[in-house]
Design a protein around this ligand. Structure first.
Ligand code: VGL
Ligand code: ZN
Length: 219
């Protein structure tokens, strides 16, 4: 089967498949507080992909101004350093995606009027949540798996920002929750801090996440 991948076989999207668009918010786009290089380049591609799906769900990183993941909340710390928290090691970030700020808004360039659900995450002050399914304490659930299961969804395609954090963790948790998961690589962009991108792909592979390119869906 694998040798056929080069021939751009097109995967048919089924009515029960869901496209999950992760964190395409102004703070992760060029000019934003935690800008992901090339983040804006994926938006037209996501718009094209979304047209193939009946079901589209979005996630939105959504932090209180004093969120524990912000370096500004830890004396003497700067962004991209780490701290040990009750639930493990936490990377510290610039303040980003603060409730009701422009940076937290999903870009208006995203053309997904049929999006069904926006799941917010990271709104508990003491817990970060890269994943759209489960917060960083690995205990608190967002309800997304319940939503998808109630609607008899079994196959997810994941795109958005950033490959090595919110996309990767969402994909791994989705696989752990029993979904059949594909990440569309060219519809993501990475932060890539200290080897995080390579690690994320290795972790996704271990979790059984399929790595695809948009042409396999768009034809
Ligand atoms: C993200 C770092 C902090 C992401 C969110 O969307 O990948 N990364 N918060
Ligand atoms: Zn965040």
């Amino acid at each position: 089967m694998d040798q056929n991948r080069g021939y751009a076989m097109t995967t048919a999207i089924r009515p029960t498949d869901v496209l999950v668009i992760v964190d395409v918010q102004y703070d992760f786009l060029p000019g934003g507080n935690l800008a992901v290089a090339g983040g804006d380049e994926i938006v037209p591609l996501i718009n094209q992909l979304a047209k193939k799906f009946t079901n589209v769900v979005l996630t939105q990183d959504w932090h209180p101004a004093d969120h524990i993941s912000f370096a500004s909340q830890h004396q003497g710390k700067t962004p991209f350093e780490t701290v040990e928290l009750a639930y493990g090691t936490q990377v510290l970030w610039p303040d980003h995606c603060v409730w009701n700020t422009h940076g937290a808004a999903i870009t208006s360039e995203l053309d997904v009027p049929h999006g069904q659900l926006i799941i917010r995450k990271g709104y508990h002050r003491q817990i970060d949540s890269y994943s759209g399914f489960q917060e960083a304490d690995r205990e608190t659930l967002t309800g997304l798996a319940g939503y998808l299961n109630e609607r008899d969804v079994d196959r997810l395609y994941i795109v958005g920002l950033a490959t090595d954090f919110c996309v990767g963790w969402t994909a791994i948790d989705a696989a752990a929750a029993g979904f059949d998961v594909t990440v569309i690589e060219d519809a993501t962009r990475a932060i890539d801090n200290a080897g995080s991108l390579e690690k994320a792909w290795a972790d996704m592979e271990d979790a059984g996440v399929v790595r695809a390119m948009s042409r396999e869906i768009l034809g």
